[in-house]
Design a protein around this ligand. Structure first.
Ligand code: SF4
Ligand code: SF4
Length: 338
């Protein structure tokens, strides 16, 4: 894409596009990796996500951290109005204190988002589902009980939670994936999307190490998302030209697929609009990039001593490869051609 835009921005509600100053952001998104224990052992999942080397933390440590982030980022110079905590595991619903964290975040007026394999009981989802704003239920067909997953999704939708079912299109289980999608169409109130298993190769192209056939890739392309009911707009990313004010909304998956993700030498607000809390305790400004060393360690340090960043970073990477990192505002430093 010939880039006629000099800003790459994120808003969590569509109304903002017409009403607000585009260049500020009153949302902080925190990707919070709490541990790496899981109930499944999916073939396509890296060991680090599931081998249990990072045990679940003490609740008091997490509580102090959440309170500190809330205190710091809702005050000047950040002035965030809302913090979205997006939890990653393993399977974080297994953590014995997860419910306490959900209630804490809720009572602070912040949001909880989750990607889960949906393993907890229907009773659990009835009781705690209402604490989430957005949930992606991942259907891993080597292990998943699709009937249970659809029942969970219906509970969430009935509680006004924005819930999707994502089917991981695993070629050795292709027919099971197709059957699951048909079952979801018939039995779930959730919209459903297909997720291709891809890995970026060294030569900067998407590999096909899972051996999709052309027919399979064609099916995925035609069934990227299957919409049920109306989709509530919860967030979007967009390019903007600061001179002409032209904007172009951009889905993060499409941005990554078409390699519209090079912000080399741009000013980037990772650490100010986004944070990444790793399961080894590192507090990082980027999820997949490391423009500066970790700010501290949320497991070991007194969090009141962490030096939170006040200034944006200058990107020194040729690709911004993570949907979370893309949500930090980015501004081109040099003038653009209009
Ligand atoms: S459910 Fe998720 S975290 Fe667990 S093994 Fe599968 S892909 Fe990995
Ligand atoms: S790679 Fe890191 S520094 Fe560069 S734009 Fe993305 S988040 Fe910002």
């Amino acid at each position: 894409m010939k880039n006629i835009y000099d800003q790459f921005l994120y808003k969590d509600i569509k109304a903002s596009v017409t009403n607000e100053d585009f260049e500020t952001s009153d949302v902080l998104r925190v990707c919070f990796q709490l541990g790496n224990i899981c109930t499944y052992d999916c073939s396509y999942c890296g060991d680090g996500n599931k081998n249990g080397t990072h045990k679940w933390p003490e609740f008091s440590i997490v509580e102090n951290l959440v309170l500190e982030i809330d205190r710091i980022y809702k005050a000047a110079p950040y002035n965030k109005k809302e913090i979205i905590f997006e939890y990653l595991g393993g399977e974080v619903t297994l953590w014995k204190d997860f419910e306490k964290l959900l209630i804490l975040v809720y009572e602070l007026g912040n949001k909880s988002w989750l990607i889960t394999n949906g393993i907890r009981s229907l009773r659990w989802w009835e009781e705690y589902g209402k604490y989430f704003d957005l949930i992606t239920l991942s259907a891993h067909l080597e292990f998943c009980d699709i009937e249970h997953l659809c029942d969970v999704g219906n509970i969430l939708i009935n509680n006004n939670v924005l819930a999707y079912i994502g089917v991981l299109m695993y070629p050795p289980k292709w027919n099971e994936c197709l059957a699951a999608i048909e079952y979801i169409k018939e039995n779930s109130k959730c919209s459903c999307f297909t997720k291709t298993l891809v890995k970026t190769t060294d030569d900067d192209t998407f590999g096909n190490e899972w051996g999709y056939t052309n027919e399979e890739l064609d099916y995925i392309k035609k069934n990227t998302i299957i919409i049920k009911g109306s989709i509530k707009e919860n967030e979007f990313l967009f390019w903007r030209n600061s001179k002409t004010r032209e904007i172009q909304i951009r889905d993060s998956e499409i941005g990554l697929a078409f390699r519209e993700n090079n912000f080399y030498n741009w000013k980037c607000y990772a650490g100010i609009d986004t944070l990444y809390l790793e399961n080894n305790g590192d507090v990082r400004v980027g999820a997949m990039c490391r423009p500066v060393p970790p700010l501290g360690n949320w497991k070991k340090d007194d969090v009141s001593t962490i030096k939170w960043p006040f200034e944006p970073v200058i990107c020194k990477y040729l690709q911004c490869n993570c949907g979370h990192d893309l949500r930090a505002r980015k501004f081109k430093i040099n003038d653009i051609t209009v």
